[in-house]
Design a protein around this ligand. Structure first.
Ligand SMILES: [Zn+2]
Length: 370
């Protein structure tokens, strides 16, 4: 049995090398898997969600379900048998054929030398009902052997689930707010404090001067302090490379006057494309600044009638699969309403919420990491 497993591992690894490469590009989300009232243990490769589909190492799930797993190296197939049911997985063809002769295509890939298959497909083939809970998150296969509710299973194993997830590489979300501070900032800071979340504020000079107490509070509470310029007017801000630097210098002077802190983190108005051509970026770098854009646009500044639900949805959808998203928000009423749900979602998805730091290599639309 052990020898066969080794063969499976070697053969599958070689033949599916390109698939492994491809899957490394896709960032996946952790998920725990339970079979009836028990959490299934996965000693190396862990189950994961890619584009809404849960994949798991088929061997450990099948064996937990009492099935027998056989690998045929010649045909590159895996047969799983349980009672009178069986399935045949053809790895190169990416097909699964049931004992009733029904064949369907599915995505398959290798993770840490394990064959990963869609959880729902394999569970339903063996007669289990599949359910998901956002907590954990947890996927569950159950039949008449299940005694507990999904919630009870989660509660029973939540410490184990958290420990498993903690073993995975860090996911960090950088929540950022532009155009403030303003009348909403105090409540934004209250909300961040409630979730023990850190964010970064790209602020305008006039707003810094109008709301000095909020800026001082950000500094006290370890929020990231950063610059957004003076005029927020493209014609003026981008009049020349030096004009842009002058705006950031003036903004920085106001920040330093109030907090004693000088920052090198900049987000230019409307983002760095198309305005920040090479001459602009060179001048900004010469002046000691690092330019940040974003990888998630919440669209919270699109029009005047933005709804909190839409902001939450955008953040959820765009953040999915990102290991270190930089999320664009604004100090606004709708965003303030959306913020608790955004922070809940990010923390439940395993993100640490941290401020941007001056020593980090910046992410921007030009891929200029200076
Ligand atoms: Zn702005």
């Amino acid at each position: 049995m052990r020898k066969m497993l080794l063969l499976l591992v070697l053969f599958v690894t070689m033949t599916c090398f390109w698939t492994m490469e491809a899957s490394a590009q896709i960032q996946a989300e952790y998920i725990a898997v339970a079979l009836n009232d028990q959490l299934v243990a996965f000693p190396d490769a862990t189950p994961e969600v890619i584009k809404g589909v849960t994949y798991l190492p088929v061997r450990f799930f099948a064996e937990a379900a009492g099935a027998k797993v056989d690998y045929d190296a010649g045909n590159e197939t895996v047969q799983i048998r349980s009672g009178d049911k069986s399935v045949l997985i053809n790895i190169p063809q990416k097909t699964i054929t049931t004992s009733r002769g029904v064949t369907s295509s599915f995505h398959v890939f290798i993770k840490k030398n394990r064959l990963m298959v869609p959880f729902r497909l394999i569970a339903e083939t063996f007669g289990y009902e599949v359910s998901y809970t956002g907590q954990g998150p947890l996927a569950r296969a159950k039949d008449s052997g299940a005694q507990l509710s999904d919630e009870q299973v989660y509660v029973r194993y939540q410490h184990l689930i958290a420990a498993e997830r903690a073993k995975l590489p860090d996911k960090i979300a950088y929540v950022t707010f532009d155009d403030g501070p303003n009348q909403y900032t105090a409540q934004i800071l209250d909300t961040l404090a409630r979730y023990e979340a850190k964010a970064t504020f790209f602020m305008l000079k006039g707003q810094i001067e109008n709301y000095p107490e909020q800026v001082k509070r950000m500094a006290r509470e370890g929020q990231g302090l950063a610059l957004h310029g003076v005029t927020h007017n493209a014609r003026l801000a981008y009049a020349s490379p030096q004009a842009l630097v002058n705006e950031m210098e003036a903004c920085n002077a106001a920040l330093t006057r109030i907090t004693g802190i000088r920052t090198n983190m900049v987000r230019v108005p409307y983002g760095s494309k198309p305005y920040m051509t090479t001459a602009y970026r060179d001048r900004l770098v010469e002046a000691g600044y690092r330019m940040w854009d974003w990888t998630v646009d919440s669209y919270d500044s699109r029009g005047t009638n933005v709804h909190a639900d839409d902001i939450v949805r955008e953040v959820r959808e765009q953040t999915r699969g990102q290991v270190e998203p930089v999320i664009l928000l604004h100090d606004s009423q709708a965003t303030l309403q959306a913020l608790p749900r955004i922070l809940q979602h990010l923390t439940q998805s395993g993100y640490d919420l941290r401020p941007l730091q001056g020593n980090m290599k910046p992410h921007n639309f030009w891929n200029d990491r200076r």
